[in-house]
Design a protein around this ligand. Sequence first.
Ligand SMILES: [Zn+2]
Length: 290
Amino acid sequence: MHYIILDLEWNNTYARRKKGFLNEIIEIGAVMLDDELNTIDQFSCLIKAQIGKKLRGNIKRLTSITNEDIKNGVVFTRAMSAFRDWIGSEENVILSWGDGDIRVLIENFKYLNGIDTVPFLSNYSDVQSYVQSVLKVSKAQQLGLSAAAEMLEIDESSFSHHRALEDSKLTAECFKKVFDKELFSKFIVPCDNDFYGKLAFKPKAISNINNPLVDKKLLSYKCEKCGCDGEIIKPWRYSNQYFRAIYHCPECDSNARVAVRFKKYYDHIETKKNISIIKPDEEQSEKEQS
Ligand SMILES: [Zn+2]
């Protein structure tokens, strides 16, 4: 098994056919690790800009890639087939820090080559989510590569940041530090229809309370102080991603705002429930308003 750690640099640019903005890949870098995590090869290629001829200022500053560089780069299709050749026929998994680069890769293949899949992707793993799980960083947080390197006590100063190859090397160092074959295998996904479907799916909060995916048990309130069931005094209504209601505790004579969000992902529902006790003075002003 080869581990291919990939990193891309891209330039956000207006794409006419899309009538919208797109992240055009301007550089691809990767390192190849063998089964024992020895670095056995590396790949680096600047890509000729076909959609946006001018780099955004922040990209120039961040990467030090110039407009001249992207003018003289390798055409996307050729760069990608060279990358595919470089990967070779050994069984592999492609890794990237977060799934952003993979989304961009899919978007570029679609726009420039007119295909919905990435020919060299067979297995994929998001190293960021793997590293975060090992470091016990909550999924709600997005751990940056630099922050992860620091937590793992990797000396970053030897890597020049925000260039594809250097970032892939740093990602590889982070990966090596926390690698556990058994544990990591759970983070490898095959790049099948489900994989592409999941990436294309835009998570959205459910706004219809009668949707069968809404777990009605969560639309309730137990007083945080005394534990008794609250009585609903202002019925559920949807606003700004949440179903919201006001409950009253007859024991404590207090009111609470309850907000529940059901966010639909490709294959699961994520729920979030917030409760805040309404202070008496707040209640007064609320009454005055209504
Ligand atoms: Zn109570």
